[in-house]
Design a protein around this ligand. Sequence first.
Ligand code: SIN
Ligand code: CO
Length: 381
Amino acid sequence: MQLDINQITPLLGGMSPETFMRRYWQKKPLLIRQAMPGVRSPIERAALFSLAAQDDVECRLVVQQPKAKAGAPAWRMQQGPLTRRQLPPLDQAGWTLLVQGLDLHVPAAYELLQQFRFVPDARLDDLMISYASDGGGVGPHYDAYDVFLLQVHGQRRWRVGPIKDDTLQAGVPLKILSHFEPEQEWLLEPGDMLYLPPMWAHDGIAQGECMTCSVGFRVPEASELAREVLLRLVESIDCEDKPKLYHDPKQPATATPGLVPAALQDFAAAAVAKALKDPAALNTALGEVMTEPKPKVWFQSGEPLSDGVGVRLDPRTRMVYDERCIFVNGESWRAAGKDARHMRALADQRRLSASAVALTSDAMKELLNQWAEDGWLHPEG
Ligand code: SIN
Ligand code: CO
């Protein structure tokens, strides 16, 4: 369910998405009591443990060892997949299992995520769930993420504060702050939710058995994004126009053969400037990068569409658009006119009715069919 951005909602503590974004997003934490009254975990404990054993699921186990002897590690971390036997017993205190990308595997988690689409999809990362035994947590830390921490089962005590000292504890397999000075503290009950902007120190400790969903938003880092976008750009120039060779008919004989010719430097600068000159190419590269599926994501091929059906995107499909192109799972297509309208509606609503599909061009129907065969979308209705 998508929210009306101007409508007040319990999800945001009686604010509209518009007000929340203006007052809190990327600015300050917000505790929302009963954001989702009566919420149930999108997955039961036993099913979550089974999921953790799957190869295509990203998860990790964090165990605190309270009685660690001097010199022994106080924390243990193990990456998944994890079988039930690799998880500690339920009555052992201080452990937590964190499962990423629950929305990719569990329809109820995917549905829950839809309520947060008042933020652009390009920013959305995934829904992570943590299961913790009494006292479990991952220690005081900060994330480069915006996150909504929704309590879905049991209680968790959250302490938060600005980072005054970012020194990390040495010799632990997690990023744990050495000096955490919380300024606020709350006990969250099922249905309560805490929004945290990036770079706020926080520590959540389970009080009894607890489950917390984290709706996380990726925050691109400038140099990393530049590297990825530039790589895509280079790929796109590769197949463009004719090769343009450097030529230097005026190169005089040189007595300093080690010196790089200034003309070659200018040639390189012009080639790079040309690659960056076209904002449309840069935006296309960006759209492709933003929709690239995560490493453990793969699609199951599907059947071609039959006549008269609508379509819905697979939960794994990332689809966004700009004024020129649409981007799906790391690829891009130019879209114009009536088809562009339908494509954009598909990206915004993640579904397209049978009557809308019927109105699209043959070329777009063929593309939708291809995507159905690739498992990127499925027939509906
Ligand atoms: C958790 O759910 O235990 C950790 C979430 C977080 O602190 O980012
Ligand atoms: Co965190």
